[in-house]
Design a protein around this ligand. Structure first.
Ligand code: AMP
Length: 492
């Protein structure tokens, strides 16, 4: 059977906040009632895989009372940790919800203020990672009439490992129902933050209204996100109409887990939130959801299952980038997928071990060569093993060349070259010996060949007469070079 799961039973489960994943059965709540759909996934894996982790997702009703809100946060974090969660997600505006714009700005704190400090202590005390879905961060002095809506990731040692300032601000006027103009007092974030490696997976940070803009979540997937998180304070009106549909759509199209902590209930006479904090799996099933009021639900994330959904329905290969272009993250924020995500990489009939790989994306990898024609001669290879260049999808072609451009720049710099030769030997008559499309990158220097075209002659012949005495580089030599080159792509 393929991964086309089926919906079967309908049952009412009056639980307050539950984990809906029991053996092979996924339970999900419908948005309009407390009824729960039981989804039989014939592709759900047996429990107890090493890639399974628990997350706690919180729902709360913040007011303008900062001390009360902090106490609620501390209780929720302790409760989720007590239930085995390795990472706990809190909603947007978990520090407070002001009763006026002025109050929101006046109560804001810097990143090193008391609120985040207390959260850091809670992470250490409970030995969990935290997503502080949104706190009101004081803006720089020259913009002090406004604040930043900042999502903060804290590790279990209490370090702030990433911050993301909400990019899309919620300016909405539905007469008689909702009037909110976030841009009156909040500065919009200026960048996408590369996915953060955590014990529960690589997390892409977004906030609330960002959920309506699929482009930003697709950019995060390009960079390697496995989980997208949307801590929210969704209004009642928009929540009832769109919350569940938007979250499930983002999960299905990105093939990521979507984790959405939420504010709920009445915060003040002017503002109420929809609640329904939830976790959606990469197939679009709601696997955990909070019910009424303050609480936490715990969900199991399974990264092997995520890989299976992605490989059985490889939408990333089917993108028609030739028709509508590619969502491209800025240069500084490209793939964070570590080469060691796989133990080895298929290269035609060969296996390339991961320590030879210097960079990888969703669709391609780059590896050092066992017998370089010149120092720094590397290969860029599509992950999908296909023999001919014309077999590649538009998305794969785009990714191959963007990867080649990035890797080419790095090897040129590393080997002190001034030019590069890029070549694809497409077919045996063109000199291809490994039947898997690949692009050679050769950093070039003045005078490196007697005649410039000699490079092509050597490229064609360098691997055609391998004998037992041919000098090939050892695995250790290649791993050492790859480790140096990885520094151009991965920090730390
Ligand atoms: P082609 O002749 O165009 O098919 O190129 C194949 C390339 O793969 C040559 O540059 C080889 O040196 C290289 N190659 C073959 N085996 C390995 C290996 N195990 N690791 C890295 N590069 C390899």
């Amino acid at each position: 059977m393929t991964i086309f799961g089926h919906l079967h039973l309908l049952r009412v489960i009056p639980l307050r906040a539950v984990t809906f994943c029991i053996n092979n059965t996924m339970l999900s709540a419908s948005s309009s009632s407390a009824n729960l759909l039981i989804t039989h996934h014939n592709h759900t894996k047996a429990i107890d895989s090493s890639k399974k982790v628990l997350v706690g997702v919180c729902q709360m009703n913040a007011t303008s009372n900062k001390a009360d809100n902090l106490q609620t946060i501390l209780d929720l974090v302790a409760s989720a940790a007590g239930r085995g969660a390795q990472m706990v997600f809190l909603p947007e505006a978990c520090d407070y919800i002001g009763e006026s714009k002025n109050q929101s700005v006046e109560c804001s704190e810097p990143l090193d203020g008391n609120f985040i400090h207390q959260c850091q202590k809670a992470a250490i005390r409970n030995k969990v990672w935290l997503s502080i879905g949104g706190f009101h961060q004081k803006a720089p002095e020259q913009e002090k009439s406004k604040l930043l809506n900042t999502h903060v990731i804290i590790d279990l040692d209490g370090n702030v490992v990433a911050t993301y300032d909400k990019a899309h601000l919620f300016d909405l006027d539905i007469p008689g129902k909702v009037h909110l103009c976030e841009s009156d007092y909040v500065l919009p974030g200026k960048k996408i933050v590369s996915p953060v490696q955590t014990p529960v997976g690589r997390i892409g940070l977004l906030t609330c209204y960002d959920v309506r803009f699929p482009e930003i979540s697709l950019a995060l997937v390009q960079q390697g996100a496995q989980i997208i998180t949307y801590p929210s304070a969704f209004t009642q009106t928009t929540g009832m109409a769109h919350w569940e549909s938007l979250l499930r759509a983002r999960a299905i199209e990105t093939q990521c887990y979507v984790v959405a902590a939420a504010q709920t209930g009445k915060h003040n006479p002017k503002r109420s939130s929809y609640g329904h904090a939830m976790v959606v799996d990469p197939w679009g099933a709601i696997i955990a959801q909070c019910s009424e009021g303050t609480g936490v639900c715990v969900a199991e994330l399974d990264l092997e299952y995520l890989e299976r959904v992605r490989s059985e329905m490889p939408v990333r290969l089917h993108r028609r980038t030739d028709l509508y272009g590619r969502i491209a993250a800025p240069e500084s924020q490209i793939s964070t997928i570590p080469p060691d995500d796989c133990h080895s990489y298929q290269f035609g009939h060969l296996k390339i071990t991961s320590n030879q790989v210097i960079y990888r994306t969703l669709l391609s990898f780059a590896a050092v060569n066992i017998k370089p024609v010149v120092p720094g001669h590397v290969l860029v290879v599509p992950l999908r093993a296909t023999a001919q260049f014309s077999d590649l999808s538009p998305a794969e072609v785009t990714d191959l060349f963007l990867t080649a451009q990035r890797v080419g720049d790095a090897v040129k710099k590393h080997f002190g070259a001034t030019s590069s030769t890029l070549a694809i030997q497409d077919g045996p008559e063109a000199g291809q010996t490994v039947k898997h499309v690949h692009l050679h990158i050769l950093p070039r220097k003045q005078g490196d060949f007697k005649e410039n075209d000699d490079v092509y002659q050597q490229l064609e012949s360098h691997d055609q007469d391998w004998t037992p005495i041919t000098k090939l580089r050892t695995q250790e030599e290649m791993a050492e070079e790859a480790a140096h080159l990885r520094q151009y792509f991965y920090h730390s």
